[in-house]
Write a protein that binds this ligand. Sequence first.
Ligand code: ATP
Length: 233
Amino acid sequence: MTARLLHKAYGRRQVLRGAELTVYPGQLVAVVGENGAGKSTLLRALAGTLAVDRGEVRVRGRLGYCPQEPVLDPGLTALQHLRYFAAAYRLPSPAPGRALARELDYERYLGTAAGAMSGGTRQKLNLTLALLHDPDVLLLDEPYQGFDWETYLRFWKLVEERRRRGKAVVVITHLVFEQDRFDVLAELSGGVLRPRPVAAQHVPSGHAASQHSAPRHPAPGDAASEDQGRRSS
Ligand SMILES: Nc1ncnc2c1ncn2[C@@H]1O[C@H](COP(=O)(O)OP(=O)(O)OP(=O)(O)O)[C@@H](O)[C@H]1O
């Protein structure tokens, strides 16, 4: 995924001022920044659910997006959501959703209406819907709010397993203690993304770092081989 020169204002409030990001297959990227810095705005722009004023986002492969607030129909059960999204993604069955419900330990609530679920269970379902079609690029906006510790660990197992299979994952996080899990830390400040050092860097072979990043960070680069794109300028 490559995002170039993203600009977004809400009225006179200029939130994104040329934010740029490149995420390679198999990379785990954290977006950090102060409250109100524009992290959710950035993720919505990357996901294509928010039109930017200027800039371009290109995505190679399938995209999954888990918004901060679960977007669920309170009258539908978890299983109905899984069926609905499986059909939307043209999956033959909701079986992958059931497997994820098992992994995230909420299978017993599959028959419960979203409106009657706890916040944590709603968030698990929200995450499941983003993972259902095994996306190549996964965008997660503070995905574990309301998770207990056990679920938080299960969440990271799911993410690590995807990373091993070459899937790219971008996570908005406020949790300082987990930041060494990531290959890249990108701090949103003043409407632009700046790389921050992390303990270990993961740059898939064949990809060169480029001008956006400090020397040890991969960053916006070659988008020439991308096969699916979205223009927003
Ligand atoms: N739909 C909107 N209309 C007007 N202003 C908005 C809208 N959405 C966000 N904003 C403003 O844009 C700025 C960035 O908001 P955003 O939610 O993207 O920040 P954030 O970094 O994700 O914040 P947090 O860490 O608190 O979740 C804030 O000042 C917010 O008030």
